[in-house]
Design a protein around this ligand. Structure first.
Ligand code: 5GP
Length: 185
C-alpha cells in the first residue's frame, strides 16, 4: 500500500466534484425540510463515513433538529458485508416517538442498513427513513424505509467526502476512485 503525501495524486478519477456534492446536498436538504416540517427530527449519522455529508446536510436545514451518532461495524471480511452489525457506539438519546432520519454514506449490498433498521424499529420511533449520499447500482432486495438518495454510482470502490480506504482519504472534498497502485504496491 503506497499513499502519496498529496492525497489528490492517488486519485485516478473524480466521480463527483465538490460543487456537484454541495449542490445535491442543498437539494436533499430542501426535500427533507419540506417533508419534516413541524416534526421532531433526529438526524442519525453513521460513523465514520457519514460525517462530512451529515454536517453539510445539517447546515442546510433551518428547522430545529437533534443530531446523534452511531458507530457500527459489520461482521465479515473487509470487502464483503455480512449484514450482521455490531454496535460500537450507541445513540446518546432515546428515539421513541421521534422522526429518525438515518444519514449514511453509501449503500452497497444494503445489508448493513437493513440490520440497523431492524434494531432501530424496535425502539419505536415515530418514523424511520434513510438518507444515503451514494447508492451503488446493483441487484438487491428493496429497503422497506422511504429513502432519499444523493447519487447513483457504478459498482466501484470510492473514497472521499467521508469515505475511506485504510482510514485515509476521508478528508478529500470530492468522491473519487483510487489508482490501482495505491492498493497493489
Ligand atoms: P453494505 O452493507 O451496504 O454492503 O455496506 C455499506 C458500508 O460498506 C458503507 O457504509 C461503507 O462503510 C462500506 N462501503 C461500501 N462501498 C464502499 C465504497 O465504495 N467505498 C468505501 N470507502 N466504503 C464502502
Amino acid at each position: 500500500m503506497a499513499i502519496s503525501s498529496n492525497m489528490h495524486d492517488d486519485i485516478e478519477e473524480t466521480l463527483i466534484s465538490e460543487a456537484d456534492l454541495q449542490a445535491r446536498v442543498r437539494e436533499l436538504a430542501a426535500a427533507i425540510q419540506r417533508d419534516y416540517a413541524g416534526k421532531d427530527l433526529v438526524l442519525l449519522g453513521i460513523l465514520r463515513g457519514a460525517i462530512m455529508f451529515m454536517t453539510d446536510l445539517a447546515r442546510q436545514l433551518s428547522m430545529p433538529l437533534n443530531m446523534d451518532f452511531m458507530a457500527i461495524s459489520s461482521y465479515g471480511n473487509a470487502t464483503e458485508s455480512s449484514g450482521v452489525v455490531r454496535i460500537l457506539k450507541d445513540l446518546d438519546d432515546a428515539i421513541e416517538h421521534k422522526h429518525v432520519l438515518i444519514v449514511e454514506d453509501i449503500i452497497d449490498t444494503g445489508l448493513t442498513l437493513r440490520y440497523l433498521m431492524e434494531i432501530l424499529e424496535n425502539r419505536n420511533p415515530a418514523s424511520l427513513a434513510v438518507c444515503a449520499l451514494l447508492d451503488k447500482v446493483k441487484e438487491r432486495e428493496k429497503l422497506i424505509a422511504p429513502m432519499y438518495t444523493g447519487f447513483e454510482i457504478p459498482d466501484r470502490f470510492v473514497v472521499g467526502y467521508g469515505l475511506d480506504f485504510a482510514q485515509k482519504y476521508r478528508n478529500l472534498p470530492y468522491i473519487g476512485v483510487l489508482k490501482p497502485s495505491v492498493y497493489s504496491e
